[in-house]
Design a protein around this ligand. Structure first.
Ligand code: PLP
Length: 373
């Protein structure tokens, strides 16, 4: 059966060039980067070149990039370290963040008794910047954790503005950029962000590797103890091929950004037009949404709602109801619960997320499959 993959916010297919790069590294660069002989030094050089490549595209210093296994790991480490090592006693976040942030914040609250404040989210998924400003004005040692692009709705937060507001109020700013890195230009020099996190598999790279940006002069404590890898902050022998693959994936994403963004934006617009032509009252969840995520509320009956993902899956179509981690769960999405009205939550919402590998023919197939339900 043909497979139609429209769940690119969950993860993306790896580009062939990235696989080739990783194969090359696995075949010839088997050295331990900590070894001082030439085999080790050669592996070390691959890692440092990857760090420089990533830093170049994000406009920061290579030393500010720390390799991790995932964005989840990076977020856990940064928020925990902010509380334990920087004396942060308050976290400001929002209830529509990814669980990597929300559950870390909850654990820190239980463990250290820190204060947690949530920025209000409107029906269209946008943040209440006035209330955020009021929260910030309280003179408490604070870290703000707000994402760039929401993984379920694609709603884009104004991280330039958030950064300025944080720094005016002497708060640290951690930003989950998992959905935007590699998909839009990010100039860290111009953003007043202290920490940001990314995962390679969201930009056509391998799974199980990511990185944190940690602004120069901010000294975190190790998340893992052991060797001297990653400034001693993350001990353990580096996964050289994964790091090389991640840098290659980021480089290709930025090299092809203009054409792929245009193609994906057109696919999204086409998809919504087709849905509108086929279903009365179809609506987009969220406003000011990112070009690769379309979260739609479909006017289906409760009987059809229960079967929708199953029916699409039977036809080889992969889409998501909420965040990837929640697919298959019967709980409504924690993001949509914050945004939508009760009656809207009873209807199905689908997250359709695109990549440059998708075609209009695939969208036609999705829409006709939805019509048959
Ligand atoms: N943050 C956002 C916005 C995400 O979409 C995801 C993955 O779905 C994560 C964090 C966690 O990424 P990972 O599972 O690669 O650590």
């Amino acid at each position: 059966m043909k497979k139609i993959y429209l769940d690119n916010a969950a993860t993306t297919p790896i580009r062939q060039e990235v696989i080739d790069e990783m194969m090359k590294v696995m075949q010839s660069e088997y050295g331990n980067p900590s070894s001082t002989h030439s085999v080790g030094r050669s592996a070390k050089a691959i890692i440092e070149t990857a760090r420089k490549t990533i830093a170049k595209y994000l406009h920061c210093n290579a030393q500010e990039i720390i390799f991790t296994s995932t964005a989840t790991e990076a977020t856990n480490w940064i928020l925990r370290s902010a509380v334990k090592d920087f004396g942060v006693t308050r976290i400001i976040t929002s209830k529509v963040e990814h669980h990597a942030t929300l559950y870390t914040v909850q654990a820190l609250q239980e463990e250290f008794g820190i204060e947690v404040e949530f920025v209000n989210v409107a029906h269209d998924g946008t943040l209440d910047y006035d209330q955020f400003s009021t929260l910030l004005s309280n003179n408490t040692k604070t870290i703000v954790s707000l994402m760039h692009v929401n993984n379920e709705t694609g709603v884009v937060n104004d991280i330039e503005r958030i950064g300025v507001m944080c720094h005016q109020n002497k708060a640290l700013f951690h930003c989950d950029t998992v959905q935007s890195i590699g998909k839009t230009e990010l100039n860290i020099q111009e953003l007043q962000v202290d920490f940001l996190v990314a995962s390679a598999h969201k930009f056509h790279g391998p799974k199980g590797v990511g990185f944190a940006f940690v602004r120069k002069n901010l000294v975190l404590q190790p998340m893992l103890f052991g060797g001297e890898q990653e400034k001693g902050w993350r001990a353990g022998t580096e996964s050289v091929h994964q790091i090389a693959g991640m840098a290659k994936a980021l480089e290709l994403s930025y090299q092809h950004l203009d054409e792929e963004r245009k193609q994906i934006s057109e696919l999204k617009a086409y998809c919504f037009q087709k849905l509108q032509a086929s279903f009365q009252d179809v609506a987009i969840n969220g406003s000011n949404t990112f070009y690769n995520i379309l979260n739609v509320l479909l006017p289906f009956t409760p009987e059809k709602t229960a079967m929708i993902l199953f029916n699409l899956d039977m036809k080889g179509i992969a889409v998501s109801r909420g965040s990837a981690c929640q697919s298959g769960s019967i709980k409504p999405s924690h993001v949509l619960v914050e945004m939508l009205y009760e009656d809207e939550l009873k209807k199905p919402s689908l997250r359709i997320s695109f990549s440059h590998y998708n075609t209009t023919a695939e969208i036609d197939y999705l829409v006709s499959a939805l019509k048959e339900i």
